[in-house]
Design a protein around this ligand. Sequence first.
Ligand SMILES: [Zn+2]
Length: 325
Amino acid sequence: MPLFYLPSGYNTSGVILGIDLGGTKSAALVLHEDGTVVRRRAAPTPATADAEGLFAFLLALAQDVRGMETLTGVGVSAGAPADAANGLVFAAPNLPGWGTAGFPLAARLSEALGLPVKLENDADATALAEWRFGAGQGTRNMAFLTVGTGIGSGLILNGALHRGRRGAGGEVGHIAIAHGPGARPCACGLRGCLEAYASGPSVTKIAQELGWQGEASGRAVVEGARAGDAACRAALEQAAEHLGAALATLAMLLDLERIVLGTLAVHAADLLLPRISQSLRARAWPRLTEGLEVVPAALGDRAQDLAALCAYTGSSRIEGGGQAR
Ligand SMILES: [Zn+2]
């Protein structure tokens, strides 16, 4: 049996080696279970490498950061589609090298490092991190959405990360919020996805279609809206309206306590959150929206490091309480 299959009820303690695999840069770090980082190394991800090249790169980063501490295990927060139960990563548009069959990253790292390895998709790992250390503390039912280049999400239900049959669930960014021939095409191949209206690049594109001539970036559109540019304001209002509609679906389906929104929703919380909240409340029953909070993510720069930690520790430390550390 490979080392990465942990016996159920396995109790973690001590020091973890975390790996944050990103599309442009990656990091390896040694950190304590309370989130204190001991050492960290980061390097640009060789995005065009094949699976063996990507593996060799991550292993070298991990070996470089490893010191004299006794390590409990390794957590990998993967910016790629992942099968957490089987420790596999799959090709992503910005990291095609992993292939479509699934690369056994957890088993290979476990073999090379001599430690148990657990792997999560980065949106799920970040949802765990926000739940345990950030804006989701104290809840048992929350949704996390990152509103960045894409819209990733993770769901905490009944005090544990919801993985679904293959760990592929919780794709809130690809819920259809528009229908018919006029629905915008999405990078995933479908039409009318939330991501095609509310991700950073989508908001930028919509602002340009409405006449924005400034810099083509989500941040520039936010600045434009703050300066009173009508196209930027309209693009952000549209995004907020659609985000609210998707969140209403989540609220009706899951009866959540809190929804935590990252990236663009943090930079532009003042512009987006009131409108998102209004749109959500207009589309869901009061019984399911009363007391439901929509809040910006709280971890900032620490999110990736803590996501790698939580990829290893999972829900195990706080099951049954949802209690803040
Ligand atoms: Zn899509």
